[in-house]
Design a binder for this molecule. Structure first.
Ligand SMILES: NC(=O)c1ccc[n+]([C@@H]2O[C@H](COP(=O)([O-])OP(=O)(O)OC[C@H]3O[C@@H](n4cnc5c(N)ncnc54)[C@H](O)[C@@H]3O)[C@@H](O)[C@H]2O)c1
Length: 267
């Protein structure tokens, strides 16, 4: 099979390297906004090539978006309209209800599947199952160091300086929809949890700064007819990109493997 990879940064490079070891992948076609930055990397691989046109999505069996929400908003519907299976890492794009419904309609009309890896959080499997019955409460608490929470307009407007706290402090508590609006660089986990469970308006998100941590910690709690669920993930950042958790890149690799080998265990 051929994979088309949109975005060759932290996650994209991890995926392209992993695809080298997947015997069913014949070719990885890479499109990046800055092709000159990825040439050296691509030349170190045996199955990858660079393209300057999204038109080559038509040749692929699977399109993987690992670029940005902006890229997802244009390329995901285009790939779905071609009937392609599409894996989306910039899941925050689905906060937009109109965009999400358009993608769902294109998927149903043309037969391509939308795949959203669990990303930087664990417990997504249980939440997914729980949502098939009565689900009453879903709460996500995200705890990050000051470095991951700097330069956020919402905090500036509230007069909050994330470097000024000596103790663990709650910065925000509200719906997932408000959380993704106020913390645009922290949207992906809130979006994934909302899509799996109660939606953006009924999922509660708390954002906490811990002055003594470099980890990105996510605590997922859910209650429903199934009982209750508590999943804590203590993520180490990707070595050369602290904005992305290592687990998010691993989740993309695991999802690619599932799609390539058509093995759907634990879905
Ligand atoms: N689902 C999750 O839990 C999760 C976790 C981490 C990151 N993400 C998301 O996945 C995406 C990729 O993350 P990353 O850490 O690899 O980012 P990155 O910044 O390391 O890499 C992004 C790459 O995409 C390219 N790019 C950006 N816009 C583009 C466009 N319009 N067209 C083509 N290429 C474009 C950039 O040049 C860069 O090479 C981001 O949107 C990020 O928010 C999701």
């Amino acid at each position: 099979m051929k994979a088309f990879l949109l975005g060759c940064g932290t996650i994209g490079k991890t995926l392209a390297k992993a695809a080298e070891d997947m015997d069913r992948v014949e070719e990885t076609i890479i499109f990046d906004k800055y092709p000159e930055r990825v040439m050296d990397f691509v030349s170190s691989l045996t199955k990858a090539c660079v393209t300057d046109s999204l038109d080559h999505m038509a040749e692929a069996d699977l399109v993987v978006e690992a670029a940005s929400q902006e890229a997802a908003r244009s390329a995901v519907p285009a790939a779905l309209a071609l009937g392609k299976d599409v894996m989306v890492m910039s899941v925050g794009a689905f906060v937009d209800d109109t965009f999400r419904e358009r993608c769902r309609d294109l998927s149903l009309e043309h037969g391509g599947r939308i795949m959203v890896p669990s990303g930087a959080i664990s417990g997504a499997d249980g939440l997914h199952s729980a949502a098939a019955g009565g689900l009453r409460k879903v709460e996500l608490t995200t705890i990050k160091g000051p470095r991951s929470l700097r330069n956020i307009d919402y905090l500036d407007e509230m007069g909050l300086d994330v470097d000024s706290f000596d103790d663990i402090t709650v910065l925000f508590r509200g719906s997932a929809r408000e959380a993704v609006r106020n913390f645009p660089r922290n949207v992906n986990v809130s979006a994934t949890i909302s899509l799996l469970g109660l939606g953006f308006d009924d999922t509660t998100v708390t954002i906490v700064v811990d002055p003594h941590t470099e980890e990105n910690r996510h605590i997922l709690e859910a209650e429903g007819d199934f009982g209750s669920l508590l999943a804590e993930t203590r993520n180490v950042p990707f070595p050369d990109n602290p904005a992305t958790s290592y687990l998010a890149a691993l989740s993309a690799v695991a999802a690619l493997r599932r799609a390539v080998y058509n093995e759907w265990v634990g879905i």
